[in-house]
Design a protein around this ligand. Sequence first.
Ligand code: FAD
Ligand code: 8R5
Length: 459
Amino acid sequence: MKSNQNRHITLIGAGLAGALLATLLARYGWRVDVYEKRGDPRLKGYEGGRSINLALAERGLHALRLAGADDAVMAQAVMMRGRMVHFADGRTALQRYGRDDSEVIWSVHRGQLNVVLLDIAERAGARLHFNRALASVDFDARTACLADDRDGSSHVIDFESLVGADGAGSSLRGAMKARCELGERTEFLGHSYKELEIPPTADGGFSIEPNALHIWPRGRYMCIALPNDGRTFTVTLFLPNEGDPSFQTVRTGADARALFASDFSDALPLIPQLERDFERNPTGLLGTLYLDRWHLDQRAVLLGDAAHAMVPFHGQGMNCAFEDCVALAEHLDATDDRASAFSGFQAERLPNARAIQAMALENYLEMRDRVDDDDYLLQRALERQLAERHPERFVPRYAMVTFQRLPYALALQRGNVQRELLVELTRGHDNLETLDWDAVDAIVAKRLPRLPAGTASPL
Ligand code: FAD
Ligand code: 8R5
């Protein structure tokens, strides 16, 4: 049961998830206060930051549609049709992500996306408070202390429930841990990353194909590049922390240039400020954050990176965080019992977060180690055939994650069945011509039930 009274909630963090959740709840008629550590990014002069872009896929886009933010976001998005693979010998090849331009991903600018979301949150009636970092929580008195790092002042607020949308280093998570066992553990990947920039060409255009996510796979490591609407690309170099090459052997700008000269030679001339970028930009750590519980009874709940930070290799961190927002808003709006809303949200989302965390880890190998391996290529060829023959049953895992909205856990489970099928069916074959298609079709129908209605592509 839910009452019609004007319900109130306090969000911590006005990043991607905080701003979207504020909008959704405000649209449901809630009174929403959001506290953000940083200053308002919409104020002039604030945004001097680097141009960091993110891949937006169907799950995230769907959440933006529900919040009425899709048009403003898509106006600045750059379409990425597939992977442009840059082989070590200089060859390149575009591998499409989907069947056509209805199955693509979009490169969006983090700063612009955040600004759009803050604007619509405010327009929907949410109250945003900047320069307010959560410092401590008294869960008995239901008060929280927020600090303003500009003048060191602190501000105490009352709350009914707190929502932690404060990212991977969540302060709310830290406060909850002191009150109950969350089962927190972080597994570091042992690889880190560095961002570099490809500027526009002299005549102001993109210097490489704009409508692709570029990948330079090199076995144990790789580079990627995503386009920005300002005609630049953000390049990310992923390297192990140890070994050769690694962030231990590649320490200076000169080391980075030498690595690019030997392993990414077609990218080197595109990055004129390589040394400067490498030395100025911080090295980002990569890891997976697992929790066994996301809420403290009716008083606090976590979502997005605060609950389940993941490695970036499926480009789903934000997409998953946005899906969390839709789920939490629905659970909260459906009942006045917050403890049951929070536990229902956790029951729905935690298994799915675990699934995308696992798939994101697996996709690193897929991206960096795509060798021209014959077994692998034959399996990919069969995958394409089966997807065409059985569109309602056999959907490549990448497509289930990226272009559909079926639960991540189901995508993981069906993906495993599909992989076993591909291995079994290609065993002992050098090409697809020798396959018995009637038998193949029968096996597919037997092992892969039709996908639930409404998850198929909108074609
Ligand atoms: P955040 O967006 O990190 O927001 C947290 C907010 O909380 C911030 O505004 C922060 O200032 C604020 N905050 C922190 N502490 C406090 C405090 N104590 N009090 C108040 N406020 C606080 N995902 C994708 O789906 N596709 C991609 O291509 C992709 N690329 C990425 C590229 C990079 C370089 C990185 C780092 C991540 C990428 N991700 C991507 C992941 C994505 O950025 C995150 O999953 C997503 O931002 C999570 O949203 P969030 O709101 O939970 O956290
Ligand atoms: N995040 C992405 C993909 C999958 C691409 C594919 C991969 C950089 C820190 Cl590494 C990565 C993907 O399988 O062909 N889609 O979107 C985004 C990715 O990295 C982002 C930009 C990133 C955190 C650094």
